[in-house]
Design a protein around this ligand. Structure first.
Ligand code: ATP
Ligand code: LTN
Length: 324
């Protein structure tokens, strides 16, 4: 299956991004595309110098998490101009009404002083990302489901109006970890933009920081390491433990039967530290070699352009544009 997914080069990446997204990507990467969506990042206030820096550090982090540029196409969105062009063409088959209903737009617009048209159009650019590459599956966390459903509607509308052009992609959410909660407010998703700093474990956090964050995770007044109503905090830690160790939920619960939250939290912290240790080591190596990173991204950009070019041409042709 050809998969495509994207990630923004803003904000430090956290355990939720890894568990809900990057980890699945690495597992299914052959013949697939992964995009650092820098064009999406300018939809809210940002700093140009940070954007440049974050683009390179995210590329290093993704490779450190197991994306292999020899096996997949790893590229920066702005390095392939087809995405911005596809965005414009698709905006003619996207309606104001459907974009206005997007939850992410409503939430993020509420947080901005200046609401840009880019923020409103964000899902159309995302649809272009996906559709230009004849994507079959889009692995994302639960929060992105609505955008992929919109992409399906846009694809169907374009196909109906101009003839079969796009594959209508499926949304793929992971069975486990589609929504990792903030450790301080487990009902909210872990997030660098919407969550709490103390409740967000960054992939590049030092071991001691991870210990502190996990130990101060909000739980409940009980003492059983079990899922159940009112136990979102513990359930969240059980999912994290399960991903970090590869054991299923029942096995994790069985192992902590009769033990208190203190022991459990310490072990979760150590499991997370072991999970990120090799990622951090590889990240440091790559980050110290900018020339190699640029080379990898240049290869990715070329492969990405070769992948999207024919579809973009077909779009222009079917829509009645003359070609030079
Ligand atoms: P943030 O919430 O930190 O601003 P984001 O969701 O806005 O991040 P990205 O960093 O681009 O934006 O997200 C990359 C991927 O990580 C997406 O597929 C998203 O669904 C997933 N993801 C983000 N947060 C979580 C979470 N807490 N649990 C599971 N998956 C998540
Ligand atoms: N909107 C997504 C990032 C994103 C994406 C994509 C995901 C941009 N283009 C294409 C999947 C497919 C986010 O905020 N996580």
């Amino acid at each position: 299956m050809r998969i495509f997914s994207g990630i923004q080069p803003t904000g430090a990446k956290h355990l939720g991004n890894y568990i809900g997204a990057i980890r699945q990507w690495a597992a299914a990467q052959d013949d697939s595309l992964f995009c650092i969506v820098d064009l999406h990042s300018i939809s809210v206030a940002y700093d140009p110098e940070d954007l440049r820096e974050s683009t390179y550090s995210l590329a290093a982090l993704l490779v450190a998490c197991g994306l292999d540029p020899e096996r997949c196409i790893l590229f920066v969105q702005s390095h392939n101009p087809d995405h911005a062009q596809g965005n414009w063409l698709l905006s003619s088959v996207s309606s104001f009404g459907e974009l206005r209903r997007m939850t992410q737009f409503k939430d993020k617009a509420d947080q901005q002083e200046f609401v840009s048209v880019a923020l409103f159009e964000y899902p159309v650019l995302q649809a272009a990302d996906i559709l230009l590459h004849q994507t079959e599956g889009v692995p994302v966390g639960e929060d992105q489901r609505q955008h992929v459903e919109l992409t399906r509607n846009i694809a169907e509308r374009f196909n109906a109006r101009y003839g079969e052009t796009f594959v209508v992609p499926e949304v793929l959410t992971p069975k486990l970890g589609a929504k990792i909660g903030d450790l301080q407010e487990p009902a909210k998703k872990m997030s660098t933009t919407g969550g709490t700093a103390q409740g967000t474990v960054l992939l590049l956090d030092e071991p001691d920081t991870i210990r502190k964050k996990v130990r101060s995770a909000v739980t409940d007044s009980g003492r059983e390491v079990r899922r159940g109503p009112g136990k979102e905090g513990i359930e969240n830690l059980i999912s994290i433990m399960s991903v970090a160790t590869g054991d299923d939920f029942d096995a994790v619960e069985a192992r902590y039967d009769g033990k208190g939250y203190g022991d459990f939290k310490s072990d979760v912290a150590e499991a997370v530290i072991e999970l990120v240790r090799p990622i951090q080591a590889r990240y440091e190596e790559l980050r110290s070699d900018p020339a190699e990173l640029q080379r990898l991204l240049a290869v990715g950009a070329e492969k990405a352009r070769a992948s999207s070019g024919p579809t973009l041409d077909t779009m222009y042709g079917r829509m009645g544009f003359t070609r030079p």
